[in-house]
Every structure is written in C-alpha cells, then in structure tokens.
Design a protein around this ligand. Structure first.
Ligand code: FAD
Length: 325
C-alpha cells in the first residue's frame, strides 16, 4: 500500500485535533505515516496518540537544531524525508494541516521536489485511479472546486474540521529521521516571541461550538463571551466587530479571517454578509440571534431568534446554568 505522509500539528507534544482529521483522510489514500518535528523525548508519547488514528509509522525529526529558524529548515528536512520515502516505495501524498506556517513549508517543499501543491482543501478523497482529489471552497464560498495534482507527489494543506477523526489501530513504529540542514536554510532566525494571552477557551478553528458577535453587540461582547463560556465554546467575531477595535483580528471569522466548521455556530448581531458566511457556512448547526427578522443570516440558519442579543443571550445563559446545576 502507498505511504501518505502526515505532518503533525502540535504544541510541545500535545497533538492537535487537525492531525487526527488528516490521519483519517490519509487512510483514504494509503497507509499514513506521521511526521513529528519536536523533541525525541516526546516521540513515543506522540506515537501512542497518532497510532490510534492509524499511523503505521512515526518519523521523529529532532527540532532542536532548527528551532527558531522559521520555515526553511522544515522544508529542507521534509524534502529529504520525501526522497527517502519515495526511494523506499510509492508515496501517495503529503498532507499538512492548513496553518500559515505549514502553507509556507508546503510551498517551499513543492518547489524543492517539483510537485504540485493544493492549499486549503476542505476535503480529500481518492479518485478513480486512487490518486488524491481535493475539494476547495473558493470565491467566498460561492464555488466548490475539485482539483488534483498532476505533477509529482501531491502536497495538500487541509483546513481544520474537514473530516471527523475516526480511530483505527496503526503500528505507530517510531523511526528517528536525521535531516541535514544547510546554512542557507538557517538564514533567518526568530529573536523573540511573545505568546498570545490565553483566553482559556478552545482554539477558534478547532472548537466544537463557536459563539460569535458582530456590530449588533455595539462593542459590548460580555453577553457573547458569557454565553460562550456557559457552553465551553470559542468566541468569534465579524469583521465589523474587528474593524471597530472590539475584538482582535485573531477572532475574525470569514473570508479574510478564520474558517470554522463546528458542530454548532451561534451568530449574534451579525447580518450574514457573504464574506462572513464564507468562514462559517459549513457549520453543522447554525443559530442566529438578530433583532431584524429580515437579516440575511436567517436564510442560512437551522434556528433563528428574533430579538436583542443583550436580552436573549443572558437569558439563554441562565437557562443553561440552571439546567446544569
Ligand atoms: P452588520 O452588517 O452591520 O450587521 C449587524 C447586525 O446586527 C444587523 O443584522 C442588525 O440587525 C443586528 N443587530 C443590531 N443590534 C442588535 C442587537 N442589539 N441584537 C441583535 N442583533 C442586532 N466580514 C466578516 O465578518 N468576515 C470577513 O472575513 C470579512 N471579509 C471581508 C472581505 C472583503 C474583501 C470585504 C469587502 C468585506 C469583508 N467582510 C468580512 C465584511 C462584510 O462584508 C460585512 O461588512 C460584515 O460581515 C458585517 O459585519 P456584521 O454582520 O457584524 O455587521
């Protein structure tokens, strides 16, 4: 069976959900091998996690020598791994979670190995010849495009929430991979980092529930945040709320923000502009609270509440608190 490389998304060995989604997708194309850039000390623990989603092998690439050197060393290491994997057998695809960093790594890798690249796929399946066929949502979600790579080994970055992670037992055999990193790849180095203050809430793109607020909040996000916390949800915002300086850009959902696809999306005081829809319309269940019964968001929803969010959300929060008491 062909091998499929899946680059693990993690924070200090804590594997993130998009990795499990990618391993699930990879099994449609061949036998997944996970690629872990991190500390070799964490390799076994990471392998234990990813093998539950079908990883047959886990390549561990010690990131100590490349830490802080931006993306070029990762692309170089992957190039060498791809060359080894290709010489050992058939390599069906290389899948990476669609993060800003991974998209740059993927682009550099594509040039190095002479392969085609598809970014921001929302689904990947096996075509009639077994090769990877991707689905992408383009032009603010107005079109869905099916595409395939026609040159080299397909390199595909996949957006979070593109598949429900499905468990499958894999061998999870750990294999250390020693990459040789050139001086040229270490041409730029990070000199300082400042972690964003943690909100204690789930990551927006990974959350099962997202509660968003728009211009209708009038700048008071307390009802939105309070309701989100009662559900253990992430908080999102429309561009109008971000442009008004009420929320940072990291919270923006939409065409020029993040794409979310949670089980439940609650839009509060958001009109439902096409650019906002582009980032949330694949949510499983959509609820809107808006005081205007004609608001376009109501065309999209499964449940709609016509009312003032400053009244509706605290009341809903109270109901949830009472029921869970
Ligand atoms: P509005 O459209 O002003 O809607 C506010 C809504 O709140 C109204 O429906 C109103 O009835 C309701 N309301 C008011 N008061 C209350 C209340 N007390 N209780 C309940 N409801 C109330 N937008 C994004 O969101 N994300 C993007 O990524 C994005 N990218 C863009 C990219 C481009 C190139 C362009 C041109 C635009 C983009 N936009 C984006 C902007 C988008 O077109 C809209 O302007 C924006 O989404 C509107 O935000 P909103 O719904 O919060 O505000």
């Amino acid at each position: 069976m062909s091998e499929v490389l899946v680059v693990i998304d993690h924070a200090e060995g804590e594997v993130k959900k998009p990795t499990y989604e990618l391993l699930t997708i990879a099994r449609r194309l061949g036998a997944p091998s996970a690629v872990f850039f991190g500390s070799p000390d964490q390799g076994d623990a990471v392998a234990e996690k990813v093998k539950r989603y079908g990883a047959a092998k886990v390549y561990v690439i010690d990131d100590a020598p490349i830490k802080g050197f931006l993306v070029a060393p990762k692309a170089e290491a992957l190039q060498q791994l791809v060359e080894q994997a290709s010489s050992n057998g058939d390599l069906a695809a290389i899948l990476l979670p669609s993060t800003f960093e991974n998209k740059e790594v993927a682009a550099r890798l594509a040039i190095k190995i002479g392969s085609g690249l598809i970014t921001d796929a929302v689904d990947v399946s096996a075509g009639s010849d077994g090769s990877a066929v991707t689905t992408q949502s383009v032009f603010a979600g107005n079109y869905t495009v099916q595409a395939k790579v026609t040159t080299g080994t397909p390199i595909i970055t996949v957006k979070p929430n593109s598949a429900a992670p499905e468990e499958a037992e894999g061998a999870g055999a750990v294999e250390a991979f020693a990459a040789t990193i050139s001086d040229a790849a270490k041409g730029a180095q990070v000199v300082a980092t400042q972690p964003r203050q943690s909100t204690g809430r789930p990551e927006l793109t990974e959350a099962a529930i997202v509660v968003s607020g728009g211009r209708g909040t009038g700048g008071n996000f307390e009802p939105v945040e309070g309701f989100a916390d009662s559900l253990g949800a992430a908080v999102g915002a429309s561009r109008a709320a971000v442009d008004s300086g009420w929320m940072p850009h990291a919270f923006q959902v939409g065409q020029t923000g993040k794409t979310v696809s949670p089980q439940l999306y609650v839009a509060n005081g958001i009109s439902g502009a096409i650019q906002h829809r582009a980032g949330m319309q694949t949510s499983k269940t959509i609820v809107a609270v808006n005081k205007d019964p004609e608001a376009p968001i109501f065309e999209l929803v499964d449940f709609g509440v016509v009312g003032d969010l400053h009244t509706v959300l605290p009341a809903a929060r109270q109901q949830i608190t009472d029921r869970s008491a």
